[in-house]
Design a protein around this ligand. Structure first.
Ligand SMILES: C[S@@+](CC[C@H](N)C(=O)[O-])C[C@H]1O[C@@H](n2cnc3c(N)ncnc32)[C@H](O)[C@@H]1O
Length: 384
């Protein structure tokens, strides 16, 4: 019998559940919002056609009245609060304050650039007006009806906000993401810092050839390419087996003008890199590492909506990690650096031990590195 399990404490980093890059004020939910009846919203109950362009990149081609936008906010906050009250059953379920923070992000993406200050929707001061008292139409990047539909998907289907708005803030980047591609996690940002440290220590003029295996949205490849800098030397190969990932990684690489620095190749792990075998100065990977039986117990946003291909690491979660250890022995040049993300403590310990024993003739200086939550998240080392 399949048993739905809660993820262990040191499991896949959860979707971003705290305010981070977005410059927002903290909102207190002490004063509950009014509970209006549902305003007319033709598409609120109909699935909308999924838009390919991220919300923040769409033109302000729509508009609504301040009163209707305020009614949307009241309805959306009320839906989130009632849902959080009725569904709270898993430690990783979003709390009301988190939903409300995301509602603010949604409004920011939908209306930034217009005269609306979405912060003011959250003010407990009843005299505050989000449009500064104006009754002029508020420009929007979506029809108001679509906002209702998006928010229902967020709250009722637990679809990650990042998929709904089409982007994630990661390091200093705003990356396009969409269904079929893993949403990059804050923990993974540390891999870019590790690469930067290794490059700084090497003090070589030419940063050499790097690889991001299982690139997903291209987050690591873009981050590393920016660390490589403007110069002639240095290149990143970003590989993934998924066509969705390849498409999105290409968009992100182009958005940051890094086509010269990042080459995207489709295929399984090292297979697309045969022509550079033994030449890599370094490689990073955040491979699928969740044990297959744990996928059912993941946070709904992850288990129901993120691609299984990006999550499932086989029976013990380490199928891909073991393959990456073996492949790195051939792919890296002497002195080449590797850094892998893992599911956490036990997996990191196992992989570090595996590389120090089974592959000891190939690797040296194997280390386990903690993430910002103190979880032993990464295994790093060098080729002999
Ligand atoms: C956990 S996600 C990481 C994505 C991205 N690097 C990040 O950190 O956000 C793992 C990625 O590995 C890719 N992947 C799965 N199996 C693969 C394979 N056999 N070869 C290459 N990539 C694979 C998935 O498509 C997914 O994009």
């Amino acid at each position: 019998m399949a048993v739905a399990r809660l993820p262990p404490a040191s499991s896949l980093p959860l979707l971003r559940l705290s305010p981070t890059r977005r410059p927002i004020r903290f909102f207190s939910s002490a004063s509950p919002p009014p509970q209006p009846s549902l305003p007319p919203s033709p598409s609120a109950t109909q699935p909308h056609r999924r838009h390919r362009t991220p919300l923040f990149l769409r033109p302000l081609a729509h508009s609504t009245s301040p009163a209707d936008l305020k009614a949307f906010h009241s309805w959306a906050a009320s839906l989130a609060l009632s849902s959080a009250a009725s569904h709270f059953s898993h430690p990783s379920d979003p709390e009301p304050a988190h939903f409300l923070r995301e509602l603010r992000w949604l409004l920011q993406d939908a209306a930034v650039g217009s005269s609306v200050d979405p912060h003011l929707f959250f003010s407990s001061a009843s005299s505050s007006s989000p449009t500064g008292g104006s009754t002029a139409p508020v420009p929007l990047r979506v029809e108001l009806g679509e906002l209702y539909g998006l928010w229902k998907e967020r709250v009722e289907e637990r679809r990650p906000l990042q998929y709904l708005v089409g982007c994630e803030h990661w390091r200093d980047l705003v990356l396009v993401v969409r269904d079929g591609v893993l949403i990059p996690r804050p923990e993974t940002e540390a891999l870019v810092d590790m690469v930067a440290e290794v490059m700084a220590a090497a003090e070589e003029e030419d940063a050499g050839i790097w690889a991001d295996l299982g690139t997903g949205s291209g987050a690591l490849a873009v981050g590393i390419a920016r660390v490589l800098g403007e110069g002639e030397g240095g290149k990143v190969y970003a590989t993934d087996v998924s066509s969705d990932a390849i498409e999105v990684a290409r968009i992100n690489v182009q958005r940051y003008g890094l086509e010269e620095k990042v080459e995207i190749r489709q295929g399984s792990w090292f297979q697309p890199l045969q022509d550079v075998q033994g030449k890599l100065a370094g490689l990073v990977s955040n491979p699928p590492y969740i044990p297959s039986n744990d996928i059912l117990g993941l946070q709904a946003e992850v288990g129901r909506h993120e691609p299984r291909l990006a999550l499932d690491g086989g029976e013990n979660g380490m199928d891909h990690l073991a393959h990456l250890c073996e492949g790195s022995s051939l792919a890296l040049r002497p002195g080449g650096f590797f850094a892998f993300e893992t599911n956490g403590d036990a997996q990191s310990e196992f992989i570090a031990e595996f590389m120090s024993t089974r592959w000891r003739t190939y690797f040296t200086d194997i280390k386990i590195v903690q993430d910002f939550a103190g979880v032993k998240r990464f295994v790093t080392g060098f080729h002999q």
